[in-house]
Design a protein around this ligand. Sequence first.
Ligand code: HEC
Ligand code: HEC
Ligand code: HEC
Length: 127
Amino acid sequence: MYDAGKIIPGLVVFLAVATVPIWYNVASGHEVAAPEIEKPADETQCVADTAYMRREHMQLLSSWRDDVVRSDDRVYTTADGRRYDKSLTRTCLGCHQSKANSCDRCHDYLDVKPYCWECHVDPKGGL
Ligand code: HEC
Ligand code: HEC
Ligand code: HEC
């Protein structure tokens, strides 16, 4: 026969110990801090909604590339009617002027290494 009087308190203690890391984070507020991303100084809006950009900028860039390289389609119109050149260097880095303090800060933090800069130019890059 199971001894519920021992097993249940045992489970409670086990769960409390096993979830200490979670409780510790919640209680201390010591979530790992996300990196501070530098925003363009004189603009308030990206080429699309910020949450969408955060999630989908890679897909947007690869569709820009396909449009340019395959269809010579070079103009992107935002939902609110602004028009931009479909260009990684001229458009994205034209506005996000510090690649180091915006793109790289997030990519380094997440250990993402886009290989684009082997060919595309960072206008502020040292090379
Ligand atoms: C091996 C070299 C190379 C690499 C690596 C590369 N590209 Fe390109 N990319 C090109 C060339 C060449 C063009 C054509 C340029 C044109 O027609 O204006 C181009 C065009 C583009 C364009 C449209 C034109 C423009 O001015 O930006 C985008 C957007 C783009 N690439 C994005 C990317 C992204 C994002 C990555 C990384 C994930 C990447 N590319 C990696 C060579 C490269
Ligand atoms: C006209 C200026 C402008 C252009 C062009 C632009 N951005 Fe942005 N971007 C911004 C601004 C301003 C913000 C911050 C918006 C906010 O605070 O809500 C932003 C936000 C972002 C974010 C989210 C950052 C965060 O804090 O989480 C990403 C990712 C991003 N942009 C990538 C890109 C890429 C990739 C391109 C090119 C396809 C691009 N941006 C083109 C102005 C621009
Ligand atoms: C808020 C964080 C954040 C910011 C800011 C950010 N990125 Fe990213 N980026 C990511 C993440 C996360 C991925 C990887 C997504 C994945 O692997 O699916 C990524 C992937 C990419 C890729 C695809 C890499 C590959 O090899 O497939 C490109 C290109 C890229 N980012 C360009 C940019 C550019 C250009 C900027 C600055 C204008 C920028 N990102 C800013 C988070 C960010």
